[in-house]
Design a protein around this ligand. Sequence first.
Ligand SMILES: C[S@@+](CC[C@H](N)C(=O)[O-])C[C@H]1O[C@@H](n2cnc3c(N)ncnc32)[C@H](O)[C@@H]1O
Length: 277
Amino acid sequence: MREGDAPKPTKEQKEISAMTTEEWNTYFSGHWNFAGAKQEGHLAMFPEELPHRLIKMFAFRGDTVLDPFMGSGTTSLAAKNLERNSVGYEINPEFIEIAKQKLNTRQPDFMGTEYEFLHDTVNGDVAAAIEQLPYKFKDPHKLDKKTDPRKLTFGSRIEKEGEAGREEFFTVKEILSPEKVMLSNGLTVKLIGIKSEPFTHDKAVGYLTEKIRGKRIFMKYDKLKHDEENLLLCYLYLENKTFVNAHLIKSGLVGIDSSYEYRYRERFLDMGELVQS
Ligand SMILES: C[S@@+](CC[C@H](N)C(=O)[O-])C[C@H]1O[C@@H](n2cnc3c(N)ncnc32)[C@H](O)[C@@H]1O
């Protein structure tokens, strides 16, 4: 068997996987009509009917179905109900519990289904590991790489009850300049209102390194979310609510960017004047 070829089904496998004429006509028709899935806990669940149809069309009983974006596990549920094996990848570990519930893993079923949930963490140099891959997909479509502050976590988010308005914490990995810091998720953000000054540049970086590097922070945003370089503009706060932008200005190590309108512009200018006097 060549790599990439599906294993040949046995005669028996074909027989027990056969679709009825009605299924065949419905599934291979140009349009499908069925209701969507009620969204509970997950933002983009599809109804079981969707993977159910595709699995019947393209996999035999006993085959293994792969869903690289598993979410709540609807594909695995459809596969299980159709007596196929399945493998799923999901980047957000919070879905493990949801998938366990959906698949009813705690109840033994008459087929003796076995489940394995592996939680893996990527360590080391991801970019170097990607370089080693035999094939790298490069999307030819130009995407707008703006970061939506509401979607800062990777993968889909699970909205939990009472979570609205809760701060999301990040860790500062590196201070790139007095106004730019890199977070541990690789995102570079720019502190609103901060302008580096040539004479105090290094001191300001040292000040930030001491105060916020390696620390947990949360961010707030203004009307203008991105600068001309597409960097996310933020007000940065330490976990204990210390307002880093304001502290930096009060330290006298930075200038104030007043070239555009933002919520704290006047306050920052007043702070700057106090420092000067
Ligand atoms: C549209 S949802 C899939 C929903 C799923 N069909 C269901 O019914 O629950 C896409 C899922 O892919 C996950 N995801 C995004 N990027 C991923 C990646 N690189 N690797 C694995 N999962 C990823 C998201 O967290 C999200 O749960």
